[in-house]
Design a protein around this ligand. Sequence first.
Ligand code: IMP
Ligand code: MG
Length: 181
Amino acid sequence: MNTEIIKVDDLEFEVLIDSERLQHRIRELAKEISKDYKGKTPIFVGVLNGAVLFLADLIRNLTIDCEIDFIKISSYGNERISSGQITMIKDFSADLHARDVVVVEDIVDSGRSVNYLKQRIESMKPASIKFVSLLVKRNCAVVPLHIDYVGFEIENKFVIGYGLDLAQKKRNLNAIYQIKE
Ligand code: IMP
Ligand code: MG
């Protein structure tokens, strides 16, 4: 077991999900998605920056054809608490009309980001829209939402690593680390 402690300024983080568990679960999700979209070519829309690592590993394990696109929104700024305000930083490049869209998120907390993306994508009249999130914080949603594919349900504690940042750093860790309180 990885008992390594990561220090960021005066905060301490411990391993929550190690690399092996992450990769195992991602293979399971890819298998399920490949089965559900058999014969189709969905477009996976990664939510920058956090979902980059997850999207890269997820699509490498798919057995179906796919396309990818990215969108960048910001809700957090550099704080650990969501500002609640969502700003679009980079819009979709692809035309999502009549496409099977799979939005790829790193983590769902309040659900505001997912809700915002759902409304925007629905206005483009896709053939279908589903959400996959590596992590979902339990009992945190302030808006009604449904995530079709969930990697892991976690406690309402701040996490970093595998794409997730603290003030833009620590995205490059290959495991998920949770804040020690
Ligand atoms: P929501 O809109 O509140 O659901 O927030 C989702 C976004 O906030 C995610 O896509 C992350 O970018 C960020 N976020 C939420 N919780 C955490 C966390 O524990 N660590 C790092 N980023 C987080
Ligand atoms: Mg995000």
